[in-house]
Design a protein around this ligand. Structure first.
Ligand code: HEC
Length: 136
């Protein structure tokens, strides 16, 4: 059992050796875009399961995003300024995560209008970051 645990930790450490790369981030963004599409399909098709699947994927990916390890170690003034925006990133992450729960809850309770409103709130949060930080 101990050996398995050690092996797992070694694999994990090796995997994380590079830290969070730009490729990782692009992949997470694409997962979130897909998750948003799934959630929208859930609303259109009136299908709670599809909505829930999208919500799960979105919540899983949103916790990863942020500066890449390379950016975090940068001495460039502009990049440093962007990295200091982690407070904004954290706020957006929290907001998207809780709003996602609210969408599922509202929809499950038979209130698609409210669910849709919450959905557009998430779109705004995505774009808030893209408009101000996407020059990363
Ligand atoms: C905290 C900032 C931030 C938030 C929040 C954010 N993004 Fe992004 N997004 C970025 C950055 C930065 C890039 C550029 C990726 C790169 O090149 O490293 C990007 C790129 C993308 C791309 C293009 C990926 C590609 O293939 O080039 C998609 C799609 C995307 N985001 C979707 C989303 C969606 C959907 C959300 C909300 C659920 C979201 N993003 C929220 C910062 C953010």
């Amino acid at each position: 059992m101990k050996k398995i645990l050690v092996a797992c930790i070694v694999v994990l450490t090796l995997g994380l050796g590079e830290g969070y790369t730009q490729a990782d981030r692009v992949l997470d963004m694409q997962k979130m875009a897909q998750a948003m599409q799934d959630m929208q399909s859930g609303l259109f098709y009136n299908n709670l399961d599809i909505l829930k699947d999208g919500a799960r994927d979105l919540k899983k990916a949103i916790i990863n995003i942020g500066s890449t390890s390379h950016e975090s170690n940068s001495t460039d003034v502009y990049e440093t300024w962007l990295n200091n925006n982690t407070a904004m990133t954290k706020r957006i992450q929290r907001s998207i995560s809780t709003t996602t729960d609210v969408i599922v809850e509202r929809f499950a309770n038979g209130d698609p209008t409210q669910a849709l409103q919450e959905y557009s709130k998430i779109t705004r949060e995505c774009m808030k970051c893209h408009i101000s930080l996407r020059k990363w």
